[in-house]
Structure formats: structure tokens, C-alpha cells
Design a protein around this ligand. Structure first.
Ligand code: AKG
Length: 298
């Protein structure tokens, strides 16, 4: 089935200016829920950094090694202090590169774009055991139990740095409205007071809004429905090493089947900064559910 979920764009530099037609196509496509694909935008490793392309650097069975650009903190990594510092340096470079790239590609977002965590995923996805909730081989939109967004968007930039020619194999599903319409009715009603208690005891970083409650519900209900997982419309795409792609992962239904050694940078964006706020998951969900879901959102 031709779904045209992937929009290929030119660009082979993290720092160069981007033509206004490309900027326009990028913002329109992203806000439609498409995946922007840059086949020749590679992240170059510095001498010695290829030593990090091994699963042993990840502690336990954690999928992510995470880095916070603002504080310089790194999590989920095993190794000496010197090795952690060297890996942090590589992740900071990726964080800086993606930030500069987005400033050039999406200048109208630039002033309100919030940079969140950078992650490195050195573990092979295929065959990895996990609970259904954490199983990213099932189609889902991103929503995290402990990190509510309060309606802010989740924009993620991925780069395949596999040294052995192995692609990152994704599937992209149907549109957000179709997905939300299918599953919103199955999301359990929130238990009064529960979300308040979650933030009080620190189980969530901030208050889980009704929007976050519904997004989490869609994420879980979608992953639980194996008929949907098998039979719903979906388009497979293999991102080769040396390529970069990005999407609003709270809108583009996605799954990853296989691949090893990925860099990922998360950004958040207020709904008000979108060119088409009416296409945002918050507006679409409010329309489907028939009530406001986020009192404090602008
Ligand atoms: C996600 O980060 O939401 C995923 O589904 C994983 C994508 C990947 O690791 O390729």
C-alpha cells in the first residue's frame, strides 16, 4: 500500500543554511505527521569513538544511554569516568549538531524549541525481550508514564551510526486521527486524585494532564491489540547507516523491528509554535473526546 509516510529532503550538513522551499516542505510535512528523511546527513565519529559501538557500554538491559546537554549528566552507561566523559563528548556533539540543524531547517520553531535528552542505543532491537509497554517493535505514538508533556510536542531526530552497513528498520502506521479514533474509547477513565498523587510522590515529573492520560492510554491500548498490530495499514522503511530522519513521535505512529547503534535527540515544542496547531494530537484528541484536556496549555 502506498502511504507516502516518508518525505525525502536534501541536506548533507548539520550547519549549512537550508533553502526556504525545503524549510516550507519540512514544516508542512512534519505537522502532517510525516517522517522527514535525509539520506546523506551522516554524523561523523571522531577517531576512537567507534569503540563505543558495542552493547557492553549499556548497563543492564537498558535500551538507552541518556545524556542531558544542559547539565552534562549521563545515565545508563558502564565504564570508567574517562570513558563516560569521552562518550558524553560524542553525545554533546550530536546534541549540538541536531540543534543547529533544526535552527536552519525549522527557523520558526527555533526560539521555543526545548532541547531534552540525547540518547545512544547500542543494543540490537531484534530479539530483545521487553514488556508490551516498552516493546517498540509494536506500533505506537510516544507517551511516557513518568514524563508528562502537558500538550507540548515531542520532536525526535534519529541518526543511524551502524558501522556494519545495517539499516534501522521501521514501520510507519496510519494517521493520528484514525489511530486515536480507534482507541480513545478504550482508554479507562482517570481515577479521581490519582494523577495528583503521582506528582506528589514524584512518580511523574510534573502533573499528568488529562491529555497525557489519554496519550498514555492510546499508547498502551494500541500496543495491546495484536490484531491491530498485524493488520493495520503500515509502511516499512529501512534507514541506512549515514542517514538521519525526524518526526513528531507523539503523532507519527511508528515501530522499530531491527537495527543497532542509533543516536536520538528529543526536543519539545509548545503547541502555539506550530504552523498548524489544529493538527496537533492535543487538538485532535480534544475533538474526539469532546472536552478540554489540558487547562494550562497555550
Ligand atoms: C521510540 O523511540 O519511540 C521508538 O519507537 C524507537 C525507535 C528506534 O529506536 O529506532
Amino acid at each position: 500500500m502506498a502511504m507516502n509516510s516518508i518525505i525525502e529532503l536534501p541536506g548533507n550538513s548539520w550547519t549549512e543554511a537550508v533553502a526556504s522551499e525545503v524549510q516550507d516542505r519540512a514544516i508542512e510535512s512534519l505537522e502532517e505527521g510525516k517522517v522527514l528523511y535525509f539520506p546523506h546527513l551522516a554524523f561523523e565519529l571522531l577517531p576512537g569513538e567507534d569503540a563505543f559501538l558495542q552493547p557492553k557500554w549499556s548497563t543492564g538491559d537498558a535500551k538507552n544511554i541518556s545524556f542531558e546537554r544542559e547539565t552534562g549528566q549521563i545515565w545508563g552507561v558502564s565504564g570508567s569516568d574517562a570513558e563516560k566523559t569521552a562518550l558524553s563528548r560524542m553525545l554533546r556533539r550530536y546534541a549540538d549538531s541536531t540543534r543547529e540543524f533544526l535552527q536552519n531547517l525549522l527557523p520558526t520553531y527555533a526560539s521555543t524549541l526545548l532541547q531534552a535528552r540525547t540518547s545512544f542505543r547500542p543494543i540490537e532491537i531484534s530479539g530483545r525481550a521487553s514488556s508490551y509497554r516498552k516493546d517498540d517493535t509494536r506500533l505506537h505514538v510516544d507517551s511516557f508514564p513518568s514524563r508528562p508533556t502537558g500538550g507540548k510536542r515531542i520532536l525526535r531526530v534519529f541518526c543511524n551510526i551502524n558501522p556494519e552497513g545495517k539499516p534501522r528498520c521501521w514501520r510507519i502506521g496510519e494517521g493520528f486521527r484514525e489511530y486515536a479514533q480507534r482507541f480513545a474509547g478504550r482508554v479507562p477513565q482517570p481515577i479521581p486524585g490519582f494523577r495528583f498523587v503521582l506528582s506528589l510522590v514524584g512518580a511523574t515529573k510534573g502533573y499528568r494532564s488529562l491529555y497525557d492520560h489519554y496519550m498514555l492510554g492510546l499508547h498502551d491500548q494500541g500496543k495491546l491489540d495484536m490484531d491491530y498490530q498485524r493488520q493495520s495499514p503500515q509502511e516499512a522503511f529501512a534507514f541506512p547507516p549515514g542517514s538521519t530522519w525526524m518526526c513528531f513521535t507523539d503523532q507519527a505512529l511508528h515501530a522499530v523491528d531491527s537495527g543497532q547503534h542509533l543516536l536520538e535527540q528529543t526536543f519539545h515544542l509548545p503547541r502555539a509554535s506550530l504552523r498548524h496547531p489544529e493538527r496537533s494530537p492535543l487538538t485532535v484528541l480534544e475533538d474526539i473526546v469532546g472536552r478540554p484536556l489540558c487547562a494550562s496549555i497555550r
